[in-house]
Write a protein that binds this ligand. Structure first.
Ligand SMILES: O=C(O)CCC(=O)C(=O)O
Length: 285
């Protein structure tokens, strides 16, 4: 069973469910104040998009890449304190800092098949250790932009699959729909098997899908290309950093002779890179 907890639950309680099941639904995380502007920003894009998507997505999905570039208001979701506390819990044991890995919207319509069940981390191929004891590299989040039901294509998830052998596939009866109200969010590990279900209703099922990953891994979506400095400068600072405008470790990701956080604002007088950093910052593990 996928556990549901209120957004007011303690981080310890949310983290316990997530660690145990590889998935937890945070009920009523976002209200209309957050999702209303996102819906407005995406409405013209969704209206201009035809359901398609091929074998992986299931042939009847409006897939909208570049969510961070198309919806500045969505920044409020990626910097939500509950989600960041869970990302701290899951990812910081394996990195100095984490980043946004991807952010897309997907609206599933009737007439297609289900998305293929998958683990988000496998986009990285066989190089990473995916064994049950390996650290989690990705934490996924799907925000219900419309109600999610078993009939309208709610994300289906296999609880506990984050601890399975990497070659094990989920039987249909091991995948459970994450039915939830609009504004709730399902949070799951990058090794938890999941997929979008089939929509047999007349309306669309809207999902805002994103993930955080350990900061030393390449982002799945080229967020720095999609979100140039002038645009990013309009977003909250933590969102800028998560998109990639912040060096990792402290030098990985530099650009134009500076820490990328200085691409969105003027560098202080006398700043030179990397001479402004203490040598120990560059040599200490
Ligand atoms: O839309 C969904 O419910 C799941 C989407 C997903 O897992 C993906 O696109 O990778």
């Amino acid at each position: 069973m996928i556990e549901h907890l209120p957004s007011t639950a303690s981080i310890d309680a949310l983290a316990e469910a997530l660690d145990r099941d590889g998935v937890v639904v945070v009920d009523d995380l976002f209200g209309e104040d957050v999702l209303g502007p996102v819906r407005e920003e995406l409405a013209p894009v969704l209206a201009a998009t035809v359901p398609a998507g091929g074998d992986f997505l299931g042939h009847s999905t409006k897939a909208i890449p570049g969510l961070m570039a198309r919806s500045p208001s969505f920044a409020a979701c990626i910097i939500d304190p509950v989600l960041l506390a869970l990302a701290d819990h899951v990812l910081l044991p394996s990195c100095r800092d984490y980043q946004l890995q991807i952010a897309t919207a997907q609206e599933v319509w009737a007439g297609g098949r289900s998305q293929l069940p998958h683990r988000d981390e496998t986009v990285y191929g066989p190089v990473l250790d995916y064994s049950p004891a390996a650290p989690q590299y990705v934490l996924g989040v799907i925000v219900a932009g419309s109600p999610f039901t078993a009939d309208n294509g709610a994300t289906r998830i296999a609880p506990g699959s984050h601890r399975w052998d990497p070659d094990r596939v989920a039987a249909p009866d091991e995948l459970e729909p994450a039915a939830m109200d609009q504004g709730s969010a399902v949070v799951y590990f990058g090794r938890t098997i999941h997929h979008a279900g089939v929509n047999t209703t007349a309306g669309g099922r809207t999902a805002y899908i994103f993930g955080y990953s350990v900061g030393w891994l390449r982002q799945e979506e080229a967020l720095l290309v999609e979100c140039p400095p002038d645009y990013v400068a309009t977003l909250p600072e933590r969102a800028q950093q998560l998109i990639g405008y912040k060096a990792y470790s402290p030098i990985v990701g530099w650009a134009a002779d500076r820490d990328p956080d200085l691409l969105t604002r003027p560098a202080p007088p006398g700043y030179t890179w990397p001479a402004s950093m203490a040598a120990t910052e560059l040599t200490t593990a």
